[in-house]
Design a protein. Sequence first.
Lengths: 276, 356
Amino acid sequence: MTPQPAHATPSVSLTTEQLSLGYGSSLIVDQVSTSLPAGRITAIVGPNGCGKSTLLRGLARLLSPQHGRVLLDGTELTEMPARTLARTLGLLPQQPLAPDGITVADLVGRGRHPHQRWFRQWSAEDEQAVAAALAATGVDQLAESPIDELSGGQRQRVWIALALAQNPDIMLLDEPTTFLDLAHQIEVLDLLASLNHRLGRTIVLVLHDLNMASRYAHHLVAMRAGTLVTAGPPSEVITPEVVRDVFGVEATVITDPVAGTPLVLPHRSVDIEAAR
Amino acid sequence: MSSPVRRGPTRDTLLVAPRGTPVSFRISRSSVLLTVLTGMAAVAVATASLVLGVYPISASDALTIVGGGGTLIEREVVLGDRLPRALTGLGVGAAFALSGAILQRIAANPLVSPDIIGINSGAAMGALTVLLIVGGSGLQLVFGALAGAILAALMIVLIAYRRGLHGFRLVLVGIGVAAMLSSAISYLLTRSDIHRAMSAAAWLTGSLANRSGLHVTIILIALAATVPVLIAMSRHLRLLELGDDLTRTLTGTGQGRKVLLLLIAVVLAAMATAAAGPIGFVALVAPQITRRILAERQVGLAPSAAVGALLVVSADLAGRSIFAPAEMPVGVLTAILGAPVLLYLLARAHRIGAAG
């Protein structure tokens, strides 16, 4: 089974304009204006509680803006019809729920929902899309295995396959590597890089690890305390000054001898507020 | 692609796609088989229950009676007592099972059943309030049960809500609400006179004794009103158990369907309680049995309903045959069958907690 062909026009861009997000009266993301390049991998980085995941939820329309807006190819996200949105944006939540005992193929098949109708609940096309998603993520051999028997890395691949079966232009992933060991982190990030490269998907992910982010992402969005600090290619964004301002860590930045991307070598943490 | 029916990706599934139409479905053979066999077994047991009992009636006589013949007393026994009893049993079994299947799916937690989280207790509380305080009966009892169940559900949802509803919080809050309601029910019983309290207590275990056309009507209306909506919405149930975030990205919409499905589950449990009392464990056990039999995880509403119907009519027939001429209320029998399943699920609760 060959993977699904790349989209003829995969370039769907996401832009935020003075976007403020929060729960109730508390503001978590404050006036963020940025543009995420189409067809590339963007990593949102920043310390714990800086609003990374909240920003991602805003991009996925899981949270309505308290102020400002999110534009998808120039259309305001809140104005988009439900089905169009569901076919455009895919999501891997931080801790997705797998129903007890579900098989891999069955779970991935649920990603087909936006392409189905009441009278067309399952078609040959759905079957092909699921097979292609399983093949593209390398879990086709596990199709009939219950998901609780898989390793953490395999499980993340299956969730990515679900988002892929949905066939969205943009895939949003909330800390897809957080609970994985190093080998599985690389496995998942390599998979995302290949999906981006071969299938032209726009990928937006929240990452904790700055070095992984610089190695895999084409574009970084650095946040601190709910505001955007800087955004751009890793080689421009990752400087000792930015690392200190964003993470509160005194660091040396060298060139990664393996990937040629910036590599952060931390010295010690500093009190950012006092340093200002 | 030439044949309208072909094998799906697994041995169990069939793809049905009549040519020239946009219609295309995937059918699980084991699911259809389970529904048909269990449904037939339920109808068979219900039919047998027309014949079996203290007043003996032969199978051929039963046919004559249903066809309009027989003596006055035979007609009273079969049409006045056993037939409404069997029909109510089939209906409430299906309704409780559907309610349990929906709630367990929405919450992604098998312990979130109307009998565990206090929806049935809410319905019972409402019905008893009408029975013991207002002094009403019949239809008024139905409205009491509906109001009680909806209030209990609202209370559980409001207390458990914290940036969305999560399975394990629902279970804990629900058990608390159920405990609160059962003490309120005890209070109601102690306040009322002894005869009414006795009949109310019998009703509270869940019993199919002395059913009439009214009870059959109640449960049939409940099913007729909800089943078409469930057929239209069953595909959303498969998404809801993936959690709020994925449901919302895969549908592009908010929580509307979840609220409607929740309401349907509450109405089904309330109407079944109004028709036969809060029969325990059917809602918990029937969907779980179905789930474990079906390897391919379909939505499983139809097979669950069939299993629930079979459970209730069998338990009722056993309850009035084994102990004849005395009668054991159906709720006692379902509790004996269901309690071990509850224990098993509780023993696995650490995993459920992790998943919910």
